[in-house]
Design a protein around this ligand. Structure first.
Ligand code: NDP
Ligand code: MG
Length: 388
């Protein structure tokens, strides 16, 4: 570790994804060094990144990708590892910051491993907080290290809280783009295609989060993420549909003042801020012209049509393993949708059915979470097989 801005050393988990590649763009611009990179199975891109950034270690989670990765890097000194345990070991290597940009609940244990090794964490992987929020916050506290959010809304809230420790938050205004199907009713949602679902109006992201944005599950997960990160009640989080994605979220204080963060929709801004926090540095991101934007609009979300958001509210109100059941059902349903096995509208139906069918338990441990996750996935897969 260096502690200095110029010579910062980072590990990027999920370096081949949308957030991972943008993190490496930021590293390239500022000359940060890379200790380790990880992917699931994208060996071609991981090799390219490894040759450019010369990390000590690369890790792939998919066992089939391991042999290929070793062959690809055989002429280098880079260590190649494989599997979930190796991913946690990678997160625990001593660095200035671990960026967690993997997708799905698989990101939870590496987040804990990073914190327990006293590494600061730049957290994009929201499923970490949805499923194991209590464990993660406890690890953050006991190890006395920071988690800096990368999710744009949570970065905006984090920035709006700076300089206000001790001041009471009245509410958090969590903005949502509304996704590609804003204004649709249930009937119309039955006819949408995968291509339409994967075409987000404002952001270019991985396929899973893009689908979550279209169902509004993304906002449901983010509501839970906000409750975990900022220690507020679910009732204090107001979801506001803001189609332009310019106000990235805001905090209302008890005197009525509302402090928010605005900017062009570009994930490199919150990614870079997580690394440079509390400093700010020059970036190549576009600048906001309010004249060009002209109008900012704010509307309510339709939770009767977009049932995933309503289910997320119920899950965080129940607490315990309920958010993990919600998340596991959603991960399984979205994977089935992306594989072409179910139509778009079935995601919300399956998540609702699963959350209603499975009972949660109050204790949150790695064991109870992984059992809740397993049961939720199994429920959804069985329902799909039955043709329900
Ligand atoms: P991508 O799908 O683009 O990338 C995911 C990354 O995780 C890839 O490197 C992928 O490797 C790796 N990965 C996938 N499955 C596994 C696994 N089982 N084990 C280990 N690694 C795995 O996702 P995004 O970058 O879009 O999103 C990452 C996280 O950030 C998500 O939690 C998302 O909700 C959050 N986020 C994303 C935003 C965005 O703009 N994209 C905005 C805000 C939050 P491989 O390439 O080999 O599949
Ligand atoms: Mg977000």
């Amino acid at each position: 570790m260096t502690g200095t801005e110029e010579g910062k050393v980072l590990t990027v988990l999920g370096s081949t994804g949308s957030i991972g590649t943008q993190t490496l763009d930021v590293c390239r611009m500022h000359g940060y060094k890379i200790k380790a990179l990880t992917a699931n199975s994208s060996t071609g891109l991981l090799e390219k990144q490894a040759r450019e950034f010369c990390p000590e270690t690369v890790c792939v989670t998919d066992e089939l990708a391991f042999g290929d990765m070793k062959i690809r890097l055989a002429d280098t000194d880079i260590k190649v590892t494989c599997g979930k345990e190796a991913l946690c070991d990678t997160a625990a290597l001593s660095v200035d910051m671990v960026i967690n940009a993997v997708v799905g609940m698989v990101g939870l244990e590496p987040t804990l491993a990073a914190l327990n090794a006293h590494n600061r964490v730049g957290l994009a992987n929201k499923e970490t907080l949805v499923t194991g929020g209590e464990l993660v916050k406890a690890a953050e506290k006991s190890n006395n290290v920071d988690i800096v959010p990368i999710d744009s809304e949570h970065s905006a809230i984090f920035q709006s809280l700076m300089g206000n420790s001790g001041n009471k938050i009245e509410k958090i205004i969590l903005t949502a783009s509304g996704g590609p199907f804003f204004g649709y009713n249930k009937e119309r949602l039955r006819t949408v295609t995968m291509e339409q679902a994967l075409h987000h109006p404002n952001w270019s992201m991985g396929r899973k989060i893009t689908t979550d944005s279209a169902t509004l599950m993304n906002k449901g997960l983010e509501l839970i993420e906000a409750v975990r990160l900022f220690d507020v009640t679910p009732e204090q989080v107001e979801v506001v549909v803001h189609r332009q994605s310019i106000l990235h979220s805001a905090v209302e204080y008890e005197d009525g003042a509302v402090i928010g963060q605005l900017g062009v929709p570009d994930m490199k801004i919150p990614i870079q801020f997580a690394v440079t926090y509390p400093k700010r540095m020059k970036s190549l991101s576009g600048r906001l012209s309010l004249f060009d934007v002209g109008t900012l609009t704010f509307e309510r979300a339709d939770e009767e049509t977009f049932v995933c958001l309503a289910q997320a509210r119920k899950a965080i109100a129940k607490g315990g393993t309920a958010p993990t059941i919600l998340n596991g059902a959603n991960e399984a349903a979205v994977a089935a949708f992306l594989a072409g096995s179910i139509p778009f509208y079935r995601i919300g139906e399956l998540v609702t059915a699963c959350c209603e069918a499975l009972s949660h338990i109050p204790e949150v441990t790695l064991d109870t979470i992984s059992e809740a996750d397993r049961a939720a996935r199994e429920y959804v897969i069985t329902e799909i097989k039955k043709g329900n």
